[in-house]
Design a protein. Structure first.
Length: 352
């Protein structure tokens, strides 16, 4: 008789469940991207970024590339946070040197026109990518790598929608919060509802954890942070937990500062991402040990490599030892990063 032993849980999922895994699991934000020559080769095949995001074969290939090269403990779905408003019917284009561009959302009619009924059909290519990535991870024997899905935090997505693209300070959006709070709240509510549906579609397709990227959360004063970042995140986490109790949510309220601990506790995320400016030691004091921490090496330390990268990495590992932790960057990897430095980073972290 052949006895089949149960598979060991994946290191990332163990850490997100509250286990102090050591050495810690590692993956990097924007790990599939322009710093990899194999990514640039795929990107050259398509006319625009959205085509890449909505072509399951190509998006699957790009998602798997950093797993093949570095053996990370997680693959993160290759997509973009603005796929959600695109799925709700907003026009979206990516222009070289300019980034995302969409019609500015400024009126009640604009919010009312966001079509949640079309969302499921619009995001089906994303769900298909998830299904293909899960098959790819199994086929290529990357048994330790979990698959992470994601969405933008409603506030951050709203920033791009109101401004009509990127900005240094999102002044138009922040002014709307003061002048037209009812309008902005209606937009946040619509995006919260849509984000719940979007993450559910990813989970149904096969992602094993999800992450909320609230990149611009730190632009808000505390009262607005609680209203437009913590509240919608709490609603999203509750919906995921109610329907998918085994799927952890990672929250990343970038630049939250001293509010990071409050965010972690109030939203009930299973893990919280630390940005580059976060003092890792202080975060361990403010955030309960039942909540995993993720982060927070400076992406430019990886560009520099060598003794500087090792010193910064070792300091984070010392601070995090003994608690649930996922090694990552404090923000996304940058295009000028040498891939060999990433390989060395993985070796350092795996050596513990």
């Amino acid at each position: 008789m052949v006895i089949t032993m149960p598979a060991m849980p994946k290191p990332l999922l163990r850490a997100l469940s509250g286990e102090a895994v050591w050495p810690p699991p590692i993956w990097l934000m924007r790990q599939a991207g322009r710093y990899l020559p194999e990514y640039r080769a795929v990107r050259a095949e398509v006319p625009d970024f959205m085509t890449l995001c909505t072509s399951p074969e190509l998006a699957t290939e790009v998602t798997l590339q950093p797993i093949r090269r570095f053996g990370f403990d997680a693959a993160i779905l290759f997509s973009d946070i603005l796929v959600l408003p695109w799925g709700l019917g907003r026009e979206l284009a990516y222009r070289e040197g300019e980034g995302p561009v969409m019609p500015p959302l400024r009126t009640e009619a604009d919010v009312a026109a966001l079509d949640t009924a079309r969302l499921a059909e619009a995001i089906e290519p994303v769900a298909q990518t998830v299904r293909q990535v899960r098959l790819g991870l199994a086929k290529e024997a990357f048994g330790r790598a979990a698959l992470i899905g994601f969405a933008g935090g409603p506030f951050t997505v709203a920033c791009y929608m109101v401004e009509g693209g990127g900005s240094r300070d999102f002044a138009v959006t922040r002014t709307m919060v003061y002048r037209e709070p009812a309008l902005f709240s209606a937009l946040i509510d619509r995006l919260t509802e849509a984000t719940i549906a979007y993450l559910a579609a990813q989970i149904d397709a096969g992602v094993e954890a999800v992450m909320l990227f609230d990149t611009w959360a730190g632009l808000l004063p505390p009262s607005q942070f609680r209203t437009y970042v913590e509240r919608p995140t709490r609603e999203i986490v509750a919906a995921v937990r109610n329907n998918y109790p085994d799927v952890p949510v990672i929250g990343f309220p970038r630049l939250a500062g001293v509010l990071l601990g409050e965010y972690a506790i109030e939203t009930k995320v299973r893990a919280v991402g630390m940005d580059t400016a976060t003092d890792a030691v202080e975060a361990t004091r403010r955030i309960p040990a039942t909540i995993a921490l993720q982060g927070n090496l400076d992406p430019l330390a990886v560009v520099a490599g060598g003794t500087a990268m090792r010193a910064e990495t070792d300091a984070i590992l010392r601070a995090m030892r003994g608690r649930p932790f996922v090694f990552n960057l404090g923000h996304g990897i940058v295009p000028q990063t040498p891939p060999e430095h990433v390989a060395e980073l993985v070796r350092i972290v795996r050596a513990g």
